[in-house]
Design a protein around this ligand. Sequence first.
Ligand SMILES: Nc1ncnc2c1ncn2[C@@H]1O[C@H](COP(=O)(O)OP(=O)(O)OP(=O)(O)O)[C@@H](O)[C@H]1O
Ligand SMILES: [Mg+2]
Length: 458
Amino acid sequence: MAKYKVLVVDDEHLIRWSMERNLTKAGYEVECVDCGEEAILAAESKIVDLVLLDIRLPDISGLDVLEKIKKFNRDISVIMITADDAVTTGIACMKAGAYDYVIKPVDFEELKIIVEKSLETASMKSEFMRMRHEQAAESQFENIVGKSKSMQDVFRIINRIAASDAATVLLQGESGTGKDLIARAIHYCSARRERSFTEINCAALPETLLESELMGYEKGAFTDAKTAKKGLFELADGGTLYLDEIGEMKISTQAKLLRIIENKRFKRVGGTSDIDIDVRIIAATNLDLAEAVREGRFRKDLYYRLKVIPVELPPLRERREDIPLLTDFFISKFNREFKRNIKGVTAKARDLLIDYPWPGNVRELKNIVERAIILESDEEILAEHLPHEIRNKQILIEKTPDIQIDFPDNGISLEGLEANLLKKALDMSKNNQTKAAKLLGLGRDALRYRMKKIGLLE
Ligand SMILES: Nc1ncnc2c1ncn2[C@@H]1O[C@H](COP(=O)(O)OP(=O)(O)OP(=O)(O)O)[C@@H](O)[C@H]1O
Ligand SMILES: [Mg+2]
């Protein structure tokens, strides 16, 4: 096994000599320097696992050296050596980021134990961090299911976005299509993953609160501002800021947001000095932003700025091949969660799930599987376990009256019959397509498709 490397920093020759001797004997590789300047150089340019640092050096104070080394490499362990046994000195060392401190004259047995412990902690910490990152990245992608071509395209784009550091991303898609999930995956797979993922729902706060939440404020900026407060832009510095439901943001806030994105700097509310930030913005909306721009509800310039990298999440009804896959995925997820052992869905239930138009998209499917697993005790999910709106079609087929028709000699047209029924349903529902579709056991899209076919729609 490779030896740990210890850097000894002390201006007294005798101490350097005895440290080197004792630590080499204990199995470490040792390098010695006699001033702060050289210590910083050595810690920055070489692989060093641990630094034993004298607090009083001829050139720079040991505490300053500690700070510089830590800035460069957070994970390096530093143990301070001090001639002064005042508690305050020890506290100052720990506050500045030292792992521990020893008091001169150094007791080598004690030092060896501290060195060992600190290296153990550091290696556990780095192993833990490595595992956490791997898990985070893996679980992010494992949790996104989709084999349809449109989802495969989405995966390709988000992989590329995560690998690059392109500033802004716009996620568009109906409610429940997975925008939150994708936003997180982008963050945790990007180089920013060690920094924070901060999110805010732009629709949840009134305009003035949203601004102070985003930009923070100075003491006295308004009546309640008793102390200054950092905004989310500052808190997200170096990381990702997820602006959910951006379509609901008021025009005046949009203007401010655009300026911040373009200048990468802003002022707190009531503040005078600029604060620089490096934040990746991921914005999401389930509205048609292009339409909002046409109607003057969303700023065109901000729209184009956000849309540099657009990601379109397709509704579930346009990728029906993902439905069985997602169903199985949620069954095993909830089996684990609720300690159940449901094997799958029956063929009939699966067909109903595939046919249903899923206005609530993946979220709706997930909820339905969860409900079935909690409530039902069969081994499989049966058609009867599914909610009424999904079984509707089956119920309608079963309940459709046996209409008696006397076929004329030259027959009748099935299409003509369909057209008549369609018109009748639209009449009865006073042209409300959703209601008419329900009467016919169709989704709204299917109804519109049939209306087009017979010329009732452009
Ligand atoms: N492709 C997918 N694979 C697995 N789970 C998914 C997928 N898409 C969405 N989900 C799950 O569906 C639920 C809804 O997804 P999410 O919250 O990301 O939707 P959204 O687009 O942000 O919706 P809204 O616009 O309503 O906020 C979540 O529990 C999410 O984990
Ligand atoms: Mg969402």
